[in-house]
Design a protein around this ligand. Structure first.
Ligand code: PAF
Length: 299
């Protein structure tokens, strides 16, 4: 497959690495329109190292891509896609993989077949090296029905060969909400306590209170999952990604705005619609906003 990856952060590089190794023709697409290449250095889950060279920003490659994988931060997706949408052919499948929710209604300008993916791969980037900490499940589903005759089975099989554990799921919104809940707990707490995911097990009281609140709001959003099951879900992800630095903590450490508005902020907006007050989520949002203030002041 000819693939372009828009967004070459930790996850984009991880996917680019595995898809290249699996024999696909992959390029990265960087914000600074620089035709050239980047080096991907990876430390695998078993501590072995490898490197590949990834070509970047070749418009012909973009034009001939059968698959565009977008691994940008949620807040950058719409703007960056609009910059390149005219160079993407109408049959190219666009796969968006992002944390958080809230931009879905703004994606209508996309006339290509559009998929959403949720991944539990855990990876972080330090200087030019990515550390792959957990080979997690990736779940993909479609959010528009443009070009109905695409054989998604073949696409999923190909992705599965490269990325391991890729599955198709019809009701992708439910999967997205479950991942949102996980991110609502792990991402702000790791950022507030400045710790790796695994260290969160010490804060089980906070995990319980946040999950309790999330369980009650989820009912209104169509998901019935009790507090105990939500805690189990979160604890399982904490355990399987224990050596990871959450994406929110990576953002703050790197002096970037976080995705808090699309994670806990999304829950707060939904709660308002139902006249509910989500104390725990508001508290987390305010604490992260405070950290962001420090980031901006430092610049
Ligand atoms: O955002 C993240 O960091 C990841 O979604 C997860 C699963 C919390 C692992 O760190």
């Amino acid at each position: 497959m000819n693939i372009t990856i828009l967004g070459c952060g930790a996850l984009g590089r991880l996917f680019a690495y595995f898809l290249t190794k699996n024999g696909n023709n992959v390029q990265g697409w960087l914000k600074k329109d620089k035709k050239g290449s980047i080096c991907i250095n990876i430390i695998h889950t078993n501590n072995t190292k490898d490197s590949i060279i990834l070509p970047t920003n070749n418009t012909l490659h973009l034009n001939n891509s059968n698959l565009l994988i977008v691994t940008l931060k949620i807040g950058n997706i719409i703007y960056s896609l609009k910059q390149i949408i005219n160079f993407i052919n109408k049959n190219c499948v666009i796969l968006l993989i992002y944390n958080g929710l809230g931009i879905e209604k703004k994606l209508l300008f996309i006339k290509q077949p559009l998929l959403i993916g949720i991944t539990y791969h855990a990876v972080y980037k330090e200087s030019e090296t990515i550390y792959h900490n957990h080979k997690g499940l990736t779940i993909i589903g479609k959010i528009n029905s443009i070009i109905k005759n695409i054989n998604y089975d073949i696409l999923i099989k190909k992705l599965n060969l490269a990325l391991t554990n890729v599955i198709w799921y019809e009701n992708i919104y439910i999967v997205k909400l479950k991942k949102l809940v996980v991110n609502c707990v792990i991402n702000p707490l790791t950022t507030i306590y400045n710790c790796k995911n695994g260290e969160l097990l010490k804060y089980n009281k906070s995990i319980f209170s946040i999950c309790k609140e999330l369980s009650s709001i989820l009912k209104y959003m169509g998901i019935f999952i009790n507090t105990k099951d939500l805690v189990i879900l979160v604890i399982n992800i904490i355990n399987s990604t224990k050596n990871n630095i959450s994406s929110m903590l990576q953002d703050i450490k790197n002096n970037r705005y976080s995705e808090i508005d699309y994670i806990n902020g999304y829950i707060i907006k939904c709660a308002r619609l139902y006249n509910l007050y989500v104390y725990e989520n508001i508290k987390l949002l305010n604490m992260i906003k405070y950290k962001e203030l420090n980031v901006i002041n430092n610049n």
